[in-house]
Design a binder for this molecule. Structure first.
Ligand code: SF4
Length: 189
């Protein structure tokens, strides 16, 4: 089981401890007050994985979406999907957060989508710019981009983790966004 999280911490976590894929989804949600289906699935299940309860998820998504739509539309069109992710609707399956492999290999984002893996799916120039905005030195950006060019997306993410957490070398290869988050909390103490 996961320990509880506070909704007020999400913003801080998104900057300090979310992997790039989830930070991108969080930023897009904040900017557009909406995410399309692929983004809601990828981000929603990740949040569930870090300990967000169904009740918190409802509050979290509703507070953003109702800035551009009324409560009634949100309840009709989106609340089912959130409950579904928590196994409260449909097959009542226990949906688990997506692994890196799944994010990288399936359901590539299209126009207007913000899901996916930035190391795999984001245009190189934009990715470079973002890495430097997020605090990497030019040398760090080059190291990450070298791995991206070699199609080593998870290694690029691992390198990004090391650089942004100031650890020389991690003893793991990142293979899950939730693992990234947990390692980050561990390293940041
Ligand atoms: Fe997210 Fe995994 Fe891509 Fe890192 S490698 S950005 S954790 S999907």
């Amino acid at each position: 089981g996961n320990s509880a999280i506070n909704l007020e911490d999400i913003e801080k976590y998104s900057k300090q401890s979310f992997p790039l894929c989830m930070r991108q989804l969080h930023m897009s949600l904040k900017e557009h007050h909406h995410l399309r289906h692929g983004g809601r699935m990828q981000y929603g299940l990740f949040l569930k994985g870090i300990g967000m309860t169904l009740e918190q998820a409802m509050t979290f998504w509703r507070s953003e979406f109702t800035r551009i739509m009324d409560m009634d539309k949100f309840d009709k069109q989106y609340s089912y999907n959130i409950r579904h992710n928590y196994g409260k609707e449909g097959k009542r399956a226990n949906y688990t957060p997506y692994s890196c492999m799944k994010v990288i290999m399936s359901n590539a984002p299209g126009q207007g989508d913000y899901h996916g893996c930035p190391f795999r799916h984001t245009d190189g120039a934009l990715l470079k710019q973002r890495l430097s905005t997020f605090g990497l030195t030019q040398q760090g950006v080059d190291q990450v981009m070298e791995l991206v060019k070699g199609h080593h997306y998870q290694l690029a993410c691992t390198r990004y983790f090391e650089l942004s957490h100031n650890v020389p070398e991690t003893e793991f290869l990142l293979n899950h966004p939730n693992q990234y988050f947990e390692e980050s909390l561990r390293v940041r103490g």
